[in-house]
Write a protein that binds this ligand. Structure first.
Ligand code: SF4
Length: 225
């Protein structure tokens, strides 16, 4: 299928970073910065099991579902790539496909008011649709804090948000743009807080430039009489 080449694919994770904060997305995907905090470390541990590629077939008579873990995903038209924690394929009593596949994404915290997790799931569903040539009308978010699944309908709104976010992220990547920092309450949960320095870099878009400028000022000061 015609579409974006491998080197032009955008990771699905970039959509979530962008929806959290466009600057965080650009620092990670344009400048190549990364840092862990407690929240990202907990998420990483949680995904270790599902990130082991392979198949696990539950007994058909028990659940009638085949689970594929860490399934690689791609959407050539949009230029998206990623991995689904789990994709469930419903089976009938003969072991034949019995309904559309559904992506299942594991999350460490609680269900969220904002749509970020749902958009990530919708991006996975859209990838599955192009790869498998089937409709994927629903997915599931499993929140470990409450040990509960939320069924998400992959509706027109979520599909539009995915397409719009991909366009916006691609715009930053193609123009090598890092937006200026804007200090907000969410910065407290951002793993890049100490690299971004939103309180200090308001006008300077890149933390590296801020550090160089600070160093120059400090050397000038030391050298002055
Ligand atoms: S610290 Fe705040 S402004 Fe900076 S990347 Fe994180 S959320 Fe965005």
């Amino acid at each position: 299928m015609a579409g974006y080449a491998d080197e032009d694919l955008i990771p699905i994770s970039a959509l979530q970073h962008y929806l959290f904060c466009p600057r965080q997305c650009a620092l990670i995907h344009v400048d190549g910065l990364w840092a862990e905090n407690r929240l990202t470390s907990e998420g990483k541990v949680l995904h270790e099991r599902s990130d082991t590629p392979g198949h696990r077939t539950r007994a058909v008579e028990d659940h009638g579902v085949r689970c594929v873990r860490a399934m690689p995903l791609v959407h050539r038209r949009l230029g998206l790539t990623g991995r689904a924690d789990v994709v469930e394929f419903p089976l009938d009593s003969e072991g034949c496909p019995a309904g559309p596949p559904r992506p299942v994404e594991h999350k460490r915290g609680n269900p969220k008011r904002l749509d970020h997790d749902r958009v990530q799931l919708a991006a996975q569903a859209i990838c599955l649709e192009e790869m498998l040539g089937v409709e994927v009308p629903k997915g599931e978010l499993f929140y470990h804090a409450v040990r509960r699944r939320e069924t998400v309908t992959i509706d027109a709104h979520l599909r539009k948000v995915v397409e719009r976010t991909v366009d916006e992220v691609r715009g930053y990547l193609e123009t090598n743009t890092v937006p200026a920092a804007k200090q907000e309450p969410k910065c407290r949960n951002c793993s890049l807080l100490h690299l971004c320095m939103p309180a200090a870099t308001g006008l300077s878009r890149r933390p590296g430039q801020y550090l160089i400028r600070s160093l120059r000022i400090s050397l000038d000061t030391e050298g002055s009489p």
